[in-house]
Design a binder for this molecule. Structure first.
Ligand SMILES: [Zn+2]
Length: 665
């Protein structure tokens, strides 16, 4: 049918006064594997041989085509065959042997044209020429190229994804942005190839969550698509093949067992932030009921429990699992299995899960870099001691790990110890009263599941916090003064004196409102032990450069300007915080303050904004930010600002932001 249609079209063209049937050079048709192939530069006959654009060879015959600009040579590789032709050169090589050509490749209309019969036959295809229809028919007898295997490996600086192919193939790669349906991804499109691997493989390495493969017709061309689904956009990936020069040099780096003479397309994605630690493996000691997790560094981990069914989760942050995920059967104290997997990548989290028949005692300790899970044996807490000055000691039969949670209203610090039992006189829980300037009382209690002990220190110092560290026989807890103690903080109430700032409908001024807020904030900070300086008194208006210069002159640790906003559109409302990059920590300060403002005020979050044009944030040499707490031009915001309780919240928000800022130096 196809042949008939072609003949009809040609006849119709002839009847309509089109090109004569046999004479025109441009009317040679090309049929490859049964499909009529259209080319931008049409096939031509030169000295009795048909030349076609080399693109046809890669796209239609599925061969790999390389072009070397310097030597003006084309390399065509398919399966085991390798053909090298030079433009204008009458000698080509086939698998290294020289062969004389009647008609060498030529460049016509900017396209490299190659003799189709010679190339096709060298690649094992058969070629027929029909002089009446002026048609070249190429039929591939070699097997279609295929995607034969997928592999990946984690290197110190990159993750490498290996697409094993049936031989050298023609392919394209591209990075695609996320859409509603798909994440960011890298696409490897292998021309003319079949997929011989499972459609979806979970990966979890180097920011790649999974690899998907499928076959697709695009633009009339059959392709094998290999898609790396990413957790983040990637622009700096590198692609090479094992059959190109660079690839051959790099082949030695590849796992020999994997490649073993196979050809592959390799995509390398650099690591964003190399993980601090590697999990090397797990070992189950049946006799002692211990699971030993081997790590190559001091990994940070969190332990928690999940219910339905009850299980224990240990997440190792910034840790890569070496090797595939897996599990070990346990059979000790009601624990049935331990599972381990790379739970998240970039940032890397390796997760270990303990499955059990029901709630069971356990504890987790550290020995060197290794982390040990003790099945069926919770740590036993036998004593609690607190000495004035903030040092508390928890006595136990082994080192304890705890997480510390700061709570407000009333001010408390909770020390949560997983896998521990209160014993002896402590069993059943209780409260011990202290009266020193840091701690009022200590409450100790066993959780309902019986696996967790919580120590709650109620604080006398509203700014105090705690750190906990394991010791050989238990845990050491240090209650420390507020992170604000001893800090020098400059507060800059906006405007003042002759400059009222924004003036509200009933004459209230931004200058007086921000002065009230700043004064309250100064009280709070001083109560927490900070030294606070204001840039102005109630009715002064220092120059906008004098204010940051003052902060620099007193050697402040932080500087915060307080303003209220206005916009000609009264619908605009909410909280914003500005910063500049003069000090690298300014953005962190702005983010912490902004988060507390939004949490306390519940108004629209205008976010943190980079602003190099405000001297108030550009000139200070220390971390600084400028708060635009609410809009005086918005009726809802203004009603809030007029409420003293809300102004108290604004002061508290900045206080808490500074508190958190200095907690992590
Ligand atoms: Zn202002």
């Amino acid at each position: 049918m196809r042949h008939l249609a072609l003949v009809l079209i040609v006849l119709l063209l002839a009847a309509a006064g089109g090109p004569p049937l046999l004479a025109a050079p441009g009317d040679i048709s090309l049929v490859i594997n049964g499909d009529l192939v259209e080319t931008d530069v049409p096939p031509v006959i030169v000295r009795g041989r048909t030349l076609v654009p080399v693109r046809v060879v890669s796209e239609e015959l599925g061969a790999y085509v390389g072009w070397d600009d310097r030597s003006r040579t084309v390399t065509v590789v398919s399966g085991a065959s390798r053909v090298v032709l030079g433009v204008g050169q009458s000698t080509a090589t086939v698998d290294g042997r020289p062969v004389t050509l009647d008609t060498p490749p030529e460049i016509i209309s900017g396209r490299t044209m190659v003799p189709i019969r010679f190339v096709s036959e060298a690649l094992g295809a058969t070629v027929e020429w029909d002089p009446v229809l002026r048609r070249v028919t190429v039929t591939c007898v070699s097997a279609a190229p295929g995607v034969r295997g997928l592999a990946w490996e984690e290197l110190p600086a990159a993750a490498r994804f290996i697409v094993v192919t049936s031989g050298p193939v023609s392919f394209e790669t591209m990075a695609l942005p996320a859409t509603d349906s798909y994440p960011d991804r890298i696409l490897i499109s292998v021309k003319g190839a079949r997929v011989e691997v499972p459609p979806t493989i979970a990966v979890g390495v180097g920011g790649v969550t999974r690899i998907r493969t499928f076959e697709q017709e695009t633009g009339g061309l059959h392709c094998a698509q290999v898609v790396l689904d990413l957790t983040r956009p990637v622009s700096d990936y590198r692609v090479w093949t094992t059959w190109e020069g660079a690839g051959l040099a790099a082949r030695g780096e590849l796992p020999v067992s994997l490649l073993g003479g196979l050809e592959a397309v390799v995509v390398e994605i650099p690591r964003q932030a190399p993980a601090a630690c590697r999990m090397l493996g797990l070992e189950y000691e049946d006799g002692s009921g211990r699971v030993v997790i081997h790590l190559d560094g001091p990994a940070d981990y969190q332990v928690w429990e999940l219910s339905d069914p009850w299980r224990v989760v240990i997440d190792f942050s910034d840790t890569i699992l070496i090797g595939p995920q897996g599990s070990l059967a346990l059979g000790h104290s009601g624990f049935t299995k331990v599972r381990y997997a790379q739970f998240q990548v970039d940032p890397d989290v390796t997760r270990v899960v303990l499955d059990a028949e029901r709630v069971r005692p356990y504890s987790v300790t550290r020995s060197g870099n290794d982390v040990i899970i003790h099945l069926g044996t919770a740590a036993t807490i036998t004593g609690l001691a607190y000495e004035a000055g903030g040092r508390a000691t928890v006595e136990a039969d082994r080192p304890l790990r705890a997480s510390v949670v700061r709570l407000w209203d009333p001010d408390r610090v909770a020390v949560v110890i997983q896998g521990a039992l209160l014993s002896g006189a402590l069993a059943g829980g209780g409260t011990i009263d202290y009266e020193d300037d840091l701690v009022r009382s200590l409450t100790y209690e066993q959780s309902l599941s019986g696996q967790t002990v919580t120590l709650t220190f109620t604080l006398n110092d509203p700014g105090a916090t705690a750190q906990a560290a394991p010791v050989p026989q238990g845990l050491s807890v240090k209650i420390t003064k507020t992170p604000l103690a001893g800090k020098v903080i400059v507060l800059d109430p906006g405007h003042g004196g002759s400059d009222p700032g924004v003036v509200g409908p009933d004459g209230v001024t931004e200058a007086e409102l921000v002065f009230a807020i700043t004064s309250r904030l100064a009280e709070m900070l001083r109560a927490a032990g900070a030294t606070v300086h204001l840039t102005r008194s109630a009715d002064e208006n220092p120059d906008k450069y004098e204010r940051p210069a003052f902060a620099n002159s007193v050697g402040a640790d932080a500087c915060v300007s307080i303003h209220l906003n206005a916009n000609y559109r009264s619908s605009v409302s909410g909280s914003e915080t500005y910063y500049c990059d003069t000090h690298p920590e300014s953005r962190r300060l702005a983010e912490l303050v902004q988060a507390r403002l939004v949490a306390h005020l519940g108004r629209p979050d205008g976010g943190v904004r980079y602003q190099p044009n405000f001297p108030a944030v550009r000139e200070p040499l220390m971390p600084s930010c400028l708060v635009e707490a609410l809009y005086m031009s918005n009726p809802t915001d203004l009603a809030l600002i007029m409420d003293p309780a809300v102004r108290e919240k604004i002061a508290l928000a900045v206080y808490e932001g500074l508190w958190e800022f200095f907690l992590t130096p």
